[in-house]
Design a protein around this ligand. Structure first.
Ligand SMILES: *Cc1c(COP(=O)(O)O)cnc(C)c1O
Length: 428
């Protein structure tokens, strides 16, 4: 563990020695009034890698030169292009390439997997979610329950935080799982909660769900590219994510889904909402066969993959590969550790008005994001931060999310952020 100091010299020296520091030059850093911002919102919309334009231009040229022939010509035949991404995401998700497919977007993918895994006619109707699960995930689950004629009141179970805490604890979720027992269909939980930044114990929760015969499903929007995971070894049944946050895939980027190998190797394929691109495309065009899903997660695809969105994502994943995901995880830990150190320093200084930590500060309980509540007047403080070129996102309850990321943020930025925040808290 790095020993931190609350000085500009320490921050600069640490940046200089940081092997990841050069990756910052591979990104466009947003500018306000001709000056670079301190962008701690990579958990909302990750920044644009400079390589994006080349990747996109390349596909535009392929389209111009080949027309439909591009489906199976050029260096990225479009019909297979998606496959590269399963390989590239495997170390980030801790899954087999076959278990991963990039497709559609998070909420759509959650609907598709609920259609396969949520079978209330078996008598298992209940679904457990975490407190402040993302609205989209909640809407997806609610609407699936409604379509199946399942009442929400008894069957959608939210695990509330303990008093004075702001996240569902893993052990409380496990208790809720044991209580629901054989009425539980599945858990659908946030690997990292978007509001609190809280990391759940995916492995222990998955074990507990399996013990009562339920599935373990995950919304990994804030987990993918942020925290290390072993979805395959942990036996997670299914998961979905978006690519525009830590993965820097661009606004509205193509998302992805994961299905554990055990659900497609042998036996009858799971029922699903099917489309041509989830099957052998060539056979389908010849109207030769009924729908036979492709092996693995790829068999959940419906439509032709959006080649331009894949091209955008290529640029960022190339940087993930070059940096090494393990190194990024370690770099992210050091940065968020420094942020916590700086924030605690502000709390301890007698002058500054206090704020409240929303995130649990144990290392294993958070990734890059630390959330704090700025208290009354928080909106004004957020505006002041923005006037000082600090870009972070916040909510109506005055909770703000601060997420320095290892690919393009620096210790110096964390230090400067601390100074500016302290100044604002003292002045107000
Ligand atoms: C950002 C986010 C989403 C976004 O889903 P979309 O389908 O891309 O709108 C879903 N879940 C969580 C937890 C998120 O943070």
């Amino acid at each position: 563990m790095m020993k931190f100091e609350n000085t500009l010299e320490f921050a600069k020296k640490t940046d200089k020695e940081n092997p990841l520091i050069s990756y910052r030059n591979d990104f466009y850093i947003p500018v306000l009034n001709d000056k670079e911002t301190i962008y701690f919102a990579g958990n909302g919309i990750g920044l644009q890698p400079k390589g994006v334009q080349d990747y996109v231009l390349d596909e535009l040229e392929n389209w111009a030169s080949y027309g439909f022939v591009g489906m199976d010509s050029g260096h990225n035949p479009w019909v297979d292009f998606y496959k590269k991404f399963s390989q590239r995401l495997a170390p980030i998700l801790g899954a087999l390439p076959d278990e991963i497919v990039v497709m559609d977007q998070l909420t759509a993918n959650l609907h598709f997997l609920l259609a396969s895994f949520y079978r209330p006619e078996t008598g298992r109707k209940k679904i457990i979610i975490d407190w402040k699960a993302f609205p989209s995930a909640v809407y997806a689950i609610q609407s699936q329950m409604q379509m199946a004629g399942v009442t929400l009141e008894e069957n959608l179970i939210e695990v509330d935080p303990r008093e004075d805490e702001h996240y569902s604890r893993s052990e409380d979720i496990i208790e809720a799982i044991e209580k629901a027992g054989n009425e539980l269909a599945m858990v659908v939980l946030s690997g990292v909660n978007y509001y609190s930044g809280h990391v759940l114990d995916i492995k222990s929760i998955t074990d507990a769900a399996h013990k009562v015969g339920a599935y373990s499903g995950w919304d990994l929007a804030h987990a993918v590219g942020n925290i290390p995971m072993q979805l395959h070894d942990w036996n997670v049944d299914f998961a979905v994510w978006c690519s525009y946050k830590y993965l820097n895939g661009g606004p509205g980027a193509i998302g992805g889904l994961y299905v554990h190998e055990k659900h497609y190797s042998g036996g009858k394929p799971l029922p699903r909402l099917a489309g041509l691109f989830g099957s052998d495309v060539k056979a389908g065009y010849q109207f030769k066969e009924d729908f036979i899903p492709l092996k693995g997660a790829a068999g959940w695809q419906l439509s032709m993959p959006p080649v331009l969105s894949l091209a955008v994502l290529s640029a960022s994943l190339e940087l993930f590969e070059s940096a090494g995901f393990e190194n990024l995880v370690a770099g992210g830990r050091d940065l968020s550790g420094y942020l916590v150190f700086i924030l605690k320093g502000i709390l301890n200084s007698t002058q500054a008005k206090p704020f409240e930590f929303v995130t649990s500060l144990k290392d294993e309980n958070h990734g890059c994001q630390i959330s704090i509540n700025l208290g009354p007047d928080g909106k004004h403080k957020l505006d002041m931060l923005r006037n000082n070129r600090i870009l972070i996102t916040g909510f109506a309850d005055h909770t703000v999310r601060i997420a320095p990321v290892p690919l393009y943020n620096t210790f110096e930025e964390v230090f400067l952020f601390g100074k500016i925040l302290e100044h604002i808290l003292i002045a107000h």
